[in-house]
Design a binder for this molecule. Structure first.
Ligand code: GCO
Ligand code: MN
Ligand code: MN
Length: 412
């Protein structure tokens, strides 16, 4: 093949994307509660050891691109769209007005707002630092974002605590730091109750997001389970207003089973928001797009969520790869991520209604009919062949993943 000049490369990307086929229409994509973060669309390819590789894009372009792809909801950090110095000032409300107009013009809704409490120098000691003025500033920021959230019509607020942890041991008092962090969440919930009553809107769902390894060496709330314990610990004045935003990769990173973490959140009635992406165990936060690493696990995640009535947002919290083109971000990264999610969601429906899986599962649940359950030999004998069905179910789910249940023939 001859080298392809840059001015012909976009055409190649488009031709090969359409040759892939299987794309859903923007109208179909919009039927799912899929949310597009400002920071994912505007990610410029930078990281700790990486310079930026792409041009900056503002909210006008990000929202327009999501509309074209068919992502119906948008979410943002405060400082993604409002310069830090303007937060809480008149200039902020001018920007919020522009955002409202842009969303309306593109037919998108704002689903969620989140407060950046990790990037700026003010958070060097975390949002729950020793200095009272830092903690007052943290309260100001989360309260301000609750106001902005109501103004934009959001239903969810997310909190990733970022620097809540330490590099060197003994430097902070863990108990005190956690209580101080709770003070910020309490401030957000309390102002939310006031604003919601004035505006006759429901209060926001305040969702905590855990990440196990970054940006500190040791993290005080590293997992969704740790956050459940925190919510139930008595430090929150409104624990009923606070739930979880687990991120698939963040549970995988520490070596957990994302499905089990999600199940525990569901059991607690706290699975309110879900960041969808993919990656590897015991690695850093690679934020790869959904389904590119663990499609089988993802299929099973969606079976779990569909089976137990999860109806919150699926937030595309991935990082489009560190390419040099904004074109590819919108032509490949976002539409393919959305389409893999929808395909896996539909396949989860096939798993749930599959007659083979149903019969195998029903048979295991019915058991072998041992007359005396206190007789160990009888119990073992009665179920002798049934447990083999676990692997048959797993095989059937694999067949569904590769389309063999729909007649895709690969065996000779
Ligand atoms: C990450 C985090 C963030 C948060 C976001 C919400 O992967 O670094 O998931 O993307 O979701 O900061 O506050
Ligand atoms: Mn996330
Ligand atoms: Mn992540």
């Amino acid at each position: 093949m001859n080298p392809l000049p840059p001015n012909q490369q976009q055409a190649l990307v488009e031709r090969l994307m359409s040759a892939c086929g299987g794309a859903y229409s923007p109208e179909t994509r919009r039927k799912y509660f899929i949310t597009g973060p400002q920071w994912a669309g505007s990610y410029e390819g930078n990281a700790l050891f990486y310079a930026k590789t792409r041009e900056a894009v503002g909210f006008e372009d990000v929202i327009r691109h999501y509309a074209e792809v068919g992502v119906g909801y948008w979410c943002t950090h405060d400082s993604d769209v409002i310069p830090t110095e303007l937060l809480g000032k008149d200039g902020q409300w001018e920007i919020v007005e522009k955002i409202k107009k842009t969303l309306a013009a593109n037919g998108l809704e704002c689903s969620m707002v989140t407060t950046e409490t990790f990037w700026h120098a003010v958070w060097a000691g975390s949002p729950a630092a020793e200095a009272p003025e830092t903690r007052e500033y943290a309260k100001f920021r989360v309260r301000n974002m609750v106001k902005v959230g109501h103004e934009l019509g959001a239903r969810y607020a997310v909190y990733w605590p970022g620097n809540l942890g330490y590099y060197v041991q003994g430097a902070i008092d863990e108990m005190q730091t956690l209580k101080w962090y709770a003070d910020a969440l309490n401030a957000a919930c309390e102002i939310d109750i006031e604003i919601a009553a004035k505006r006759k809107r429901p209060t926001l769902k305040h969702c905590m997001e855990a990440k196990p390894f970054e940006p500190q060496a040791e993290i005080l709330l590293p997992t969704s389970d740790a956050m459940l314990a925190f919510i139930g610990s008595g430090v929150l004045t409104h624990p009923e207003m606070v739930g979880l935003n687990p991120e698939y990769l963040h549970e995988l990173m520490w070596g957990g089973a994302p499905r089990a973490a999600l199940a525990r959140a569901l059991m607690a009635g706290k699975l309110w928001h879900f960041d969808i992406n993919d990656g590897y165990r015991l690695k850093h936060d690679v934020d790869i797009a959904v389904g590119l690493v663990n499609p089988l696990d993802w299929l099973n995640v969606l079976v779990l969520l569909r089976s137990h009535g999860y109806n919150g947002p699926f937030n595309l919290d991935f990082k489009p790869p560190r390419t040099t083109s904004n074109f590819g971000v919108w032509k490949i990264s976002f539409p393919t991520a959305v389409d893999r999610f929808i395909t896996l969601w539909e396949m989860a429906g096939e798993v749930m209604s599959d007659p083979i899986i149903k019969e195998a599962t029903d048979a295991m649940k019915a058991g072998g009919g041992a007359k005396d359950p206190t007789d160990v030999d009888q119990v073992v004998a009665a179920n002798r062949e049934l447990l083999s069905l676990h692997e048959l179910v797993a095989h059937r789910i694999f067949q569904i993943l590769v389309g063999q249940n729909r007649g895709r023939v690969l065996a000779g």
